[in-house]
Structures are given as structure tokens and as C-alpha cells.
Design a binder for this molecule. Sequence first.
Ligand code: HEC
Ligand code: HEC
Length: 357
Amino acid sequence: MNMQKKFQVALLLLFGVTFVYQGSSIAQQELVLSLTGKRTIDVAGIRIPDIGLLPTAIPVPATNLNYKQKIKLGKQLYFDGRLSQNGAISCAFCHTPGLGFADPKQVSIGVGGKQGGRQAPTIYNTVFNPVQFWDGRAGSLEEQAIGPIVNPVEMAETHENVVDKLNNIQGYVEQFQAVFGTAVSMQGIAEAIAAYERTIISTNSPFDQYVLGDKTAMSEKAQRGMDLFKGKARCILCHNGSNFTDNQFHNLGVPQVGPMKEDLGRYYVTRRPEDTGAFKTPTLRSIDETAPYMHDGAFKTLEEVVDFLDNGGGKNPNLSPMMKPLDLSKEEKNHLIAFLMALKGEEIPFEFPTLPE
Ligand code: HEC
Ligand code: HEC
């Protein structure tokens, strides 16, 4: 087919879809919009993306080739403590399957028992994050994966040592040859781990089944919780779109606990005073699996989080203007939590990889 022909076919398809769309009922149009994540709603006078289903196509960078083979290799690297200085701390040590791919400790502990200043976020749905880390300092998952290996409070290794060590493990040498056509390299390690991370997706929750039309998938309490989430409780102002995040940074006045005296958050990246103490809005999918909560793990339970938000957040000179006391009753708080529980994704069948000798 030549270019012009292709263009004509594309136009025809577009008209076809638009025609079907216009001919359908309002309810069907709404369904198409919510299924494609294009529906917006009005909250507190602001037009924002509605919550809805995740895209079925997983975004993969065009530069990361040979994707399928990399996933298998990346999974081994993700679980391999030999990427760390003492041979014991793998990515899975702090982002643990079975514990929501997160860390139940308030702040993470790395090589030699060293404490970091922040709570380890989940790996679930990081594929949909335009930026990584609580302050958004890394762009792609490829870029992020290299960070923990050299971080002195995480895996505390050097790039040279990791590459040397893996180049002495026959199983890795063979796989890198097959996948990349080169010896073990830092770039290869990063691409493979990122490819594996993109398979860790929380989806098909009771909420998703409800959106797809199964009105019994969520309890009545959870349904009322959803109305509160989008209405009186105003959560959707920031936790919106298909991954329940606006991918922006806000200051909720979360009390600073743990080893860090003050965490300036997004300010470290932008150096803009208004970003002081602002952190990335996290996804809420499978949120019941990933306690404790917030950038510093300040809250142990969802009840504590909801009480905190009900009070309009904490005290902070830079508190987001979107934070307001909510005046929720005890019953309303319970409904809100029932809705958060309904965001638990389908279980991912999981097997530990065999690591090469
Ligand atoms: C010692 C614990 C520890 C280890 C080991 C560790 N991480 Fe993390 N990870 C963290 C902490 C803590 C953060 C948050 C840091 C921040 O925001 O500054 C984080 C953040 C991340 C994020 C960002 C997620 C988001 O939503 O922003 C990704 C992705 C990630 N880690 C992947 C990895 C990979 C891949 C490895 C192995 C190469 C790894 N981590 C090793 C503790 C750890
Ligand atoms: C102004 C934007 C905003 C609003 C409104 C908001 N959140 Fe958040 N939420 C965030 C940010 C930002 C964080 C991380 C804050 C931090 O760590 O300092 C967060 C953290 C959370 C966490 C902890 C997540 C984790 O992985 O640690 C939960 C649970 C949560 N919010 C639920 C809610 C609920 C329920 C509502 C409505 C009652 C709500 N949020 C309203 C922005 C918002």
C-alpha cells in the first residue's frame, strides 16, 4: 500500500469510529471514554481525568530492543544479591514480591545495616510513571535501575565491580551475548531490569471489574467510598487517571519522621521554593499491600492516612492549597477505606528465578 492509500484507509477508519461513536447512546459514549481513559470530570470547579482502566498496551521505549529476552534476564538480576557490595542486597530485598513489591520497613536498610531516609515505593505500575522516585529525579526505569546499585545506603557497589563480577558468571556472560551481543555492561543490566519491572502491573481489581460493567464486583460500601473519593473527600484532585495519580508533586504536610531531619522533596530537583516538601503523588492501586505509607513511612495503616487527610493534612508553611479539612464521619471513612481495598489488583503468579552460577 502506498502512503496515500494508507492515509485514505486511516481516514475511513477514523470516520467509521466517529460515526459509530456519534450514533451510540450517551451511556455507550461514556463507556468508550472511560475505557480509553479519556473521560474527564468536574471536581471543585477543575476539569480532571476520571479514574478508570489502565491502558492494555504497555509503553516501552523504542531504544530498548529485544524486549522479550531481556525480561527473563532482568528478573534474574532483580533477585540477585551479587549486584550489591556484600552479595546480599538485591532489588527484591526492598521491593519484595508478596509484600506488594515494596518494603514493610519504615525506611529501607541497605548494605551494612545503613538506613536511607525514605520509604521504598512499590514497583507495581512504575511502567506508567513519567518520572521515578518520591522527588521525580529519575526519568526512565532504565535510568533509575542504575541508581540503587551505587547508592551507599542501598547496594553500595561500584559499576566497575558489578560488571566485573557478572562477567565472571558464565550464565550471565552467555545470556548477555545472546541478548545484547556484548559482554555484561551497565547499560545492559539497566535495560534488562527495566524490562522485567514493566511486567509488574497491578490491574484487574474489583474496581476495574466494576468499571467494565460487573456492578457486583465492588461492595456497596466500596461504591459509596468511590463517590466520596470523587466527591466530598476530593482525593481525585490528585489521585486521578487510570493509575490514580496526576504524576505531580504536592506538599501534604506529612510529619517528618525517621533518620532525616527535614526532607525538601521536589525542591532538590527544581530548586523552586514552592516545591519545598512536595512529593510525587503515588499510585493507589494495590495500596493495602504496601504499608507503611508516605515518603517517610509516617503512617502504618490506611486508617491513619485517612484521619490525617480528613484533618486537611499537616501543618506546613508550604501546604498545598488543595488540602482542606473534609469533615468525614466515621462511616464515611470506612467506606473510603473499603474503596481503597477494592483497588487491589489480581494476584501475579510468581516464581523465584534460578540464578546462574
Ligand atoms: C536498600 C533498599 C533498596 C534497594 C536494595 C533498592 N531500592 Fe529501589 N527504592 C528504595 C527507596 C528507599 C526508594 C525511594 C527513594 C527516593 O524516592 O528517593 C526506591 C525507589 C525505587 C523506584 C522508584 C519508584 C517510584 O514510584 O518512584 C524504583 C523503580 C526502584 N526503586 C527500583 C529498584 C531496583 C530496580 C533496584 C535494584 C537495582 C532497587 N530499587 C533497589 C529502596 C531500595
Ligand atoms: C493535594 C493532592 C492530594 C490529595 C487531595 C490527596 N492525596 Fe493522597 N497523596 C498525595 C501525595 C503527594 C502523597 C505522598 C505525600 C508524601 O509522602 O509526603 C499522597 C499519599 C497518599 C497515600 C499513601 C501512599 C503510599 O504509597 O505511601 C494514600 C493511601 C493516599 N494518599 C490516599 C489519599 C486519599 C484516600 C485521599 C482523599 C481523602 C487523598 N489521598 C487525597 C496527594 C494527594
